[in-house]
Write a protein that binds this ligand. Structure first.
Ligand SMILES: [Zn+2]
Length: 344
């Protein structure tokens, strides 16, 4: 089969790799129907050291089950399934607590001999716990929205949930990338009335308004902080959803959060130290968030997606074939695409 490999910064190739086969009785083989490129794939695309051997990449996919191992129940050949961006048994103590990203028998895609999502097929370990069956066919118009359940929408949702967003909280979302916009959608879904989106790409913030943002702040740094405070009677918002992962974003988050409020971060942090000094301490700010256990949220979010009450698939603004994946990476890296869908 063909799959995407990354050889270093700016160097993504489509190559032939071995066809996946069942190795363990808990495995399934899934033929990928849709995959996509994540903002977190763009970090190694920007900075990874060149290597002679490429590494597999991609962690978001949905597809049709082609084969299942003897110990897999509830999933059959022909089922359309979505995979969360971390595979897990969904039965261990961490999984039962809704923290499938810490599963004792789980792991990451595209590592340690596990296939990546940006290819024609994937061997899925712990298939019964990992995969979620979708009640539609592979020609459904909902595929982009359903694919968003793999990572981007549950990540935005996790940010809102860990921040404690509810109908009584005001919200600032930092970042107008696909995760930030998904966090706007999640905050709206949880009932937040005021949602301030900090972002400066008008086409993206327009989608943010469609998703529920009540205000858009294009300014950054101190100016941006002042603008959010102006919009909130000087106080800042109860919750701040940091969806970027760069140090200026977390600094802005502490600048716009109301005393006693919560900052949640889901942008993969590209900085080693959180600037949580005495000022943050004295204002009783809670810092939370982290990698989203998407598996915990897929079934909760699925009904709203199936009914069209939320349309998280709108974050995809470009579709490529597998051969065009290198173009897709370029488009994500130069920000000409918000999020790229792959149709192998
Ligand atoms: Zn587990």
């Amino acid at each position: 089969m063909r799959a995407t490999l990354i050889y270093g910064a700016g160097d993504v190739r489509i190559e032939d790799v071995p066809d996946p086969v069942l190795q363990d009785p808990t495995d399934a083989i899934v033929r990928v129907v849709r995959s996509c490129i994540c903002g977190s794939d763009v970090w190694p695309y920007g900075s990874r050291a060149a290597t002679a051997e490429g590494g597999r990449i991609g962690h978001e996919f949905l597809g049709v089950v082609e084969d299942v191992g003897a110990d897999v129940a509830g999933i059959r050949r022909g089922d359309l399934v979505v995979a969360p961006f971390v595979w897990a048994d969904n039965t261990c103590d961490f999984c039962r607590e809704g923290l499938q990203t810490s599963c004792r028998h789980g792991g990451l895609w595209a590592r340690d001999g596990i296939d990546g999502g940006q290819g024609e097929a994937v061997r899925v370990p712990q298939a019964q716990g990992t995969l979620v069956k979708l009640p539609v066919g592979p020609d459904s118009a909902l595929l982009p929205a359903l694919l968003s359940l793999s990572d981007v929408f549950p990540t935005g949702h996790h940010c809102a949930v860990t921040a404690g967003v509810n109908p009584r909280t005001t919200v600032t979302v930092i970042g107008d990338g696909a995760v930030g916009l998904s966090a706007v959608l999640a905050a709206k879904r949880l009932g937040a009335e005021q949602i301030i989106l900090m972002g400066r790409h008008k086409d993206r913030t327009d989608l943010g308004r469609e998703f529920g943002a009540t205000d858009v702040v294009a300014e950054r740094g101190e100016e941006g902080v002042a603008r959010v405070r102006e919009l909130t009677g000087g106080d800042g918002t109860h919750t701040v959803l940091e969806c970027v992962g760069l140090k200026p974003a977390i600094e802005t988050a502490f600048g716009v959060v109301r005393d006693g409020g919560t900052v949640s971060r889901v942008g993969a942090p590209q900085y080693p130290d959180v600037p949580a000094d005495f000022g943050v301490f004295s204002r009783n700010i809670t810092l939370t968030g982290g990698v989203a256990p998407a598996r915990a949220y897929i079934e909760q979010l699925l009904p709203d997606v199936l009914e069209g009450r939320v349309q998280p698939g709108k974050v995809f603004d470009r579709t490529v074939t597998l051969d065009e994946v290198p173009d897709g990476y370029r488009a994500m890296a130069d920000r000409s695409a918000l999020k790229v869908l792959i149709q192998p």
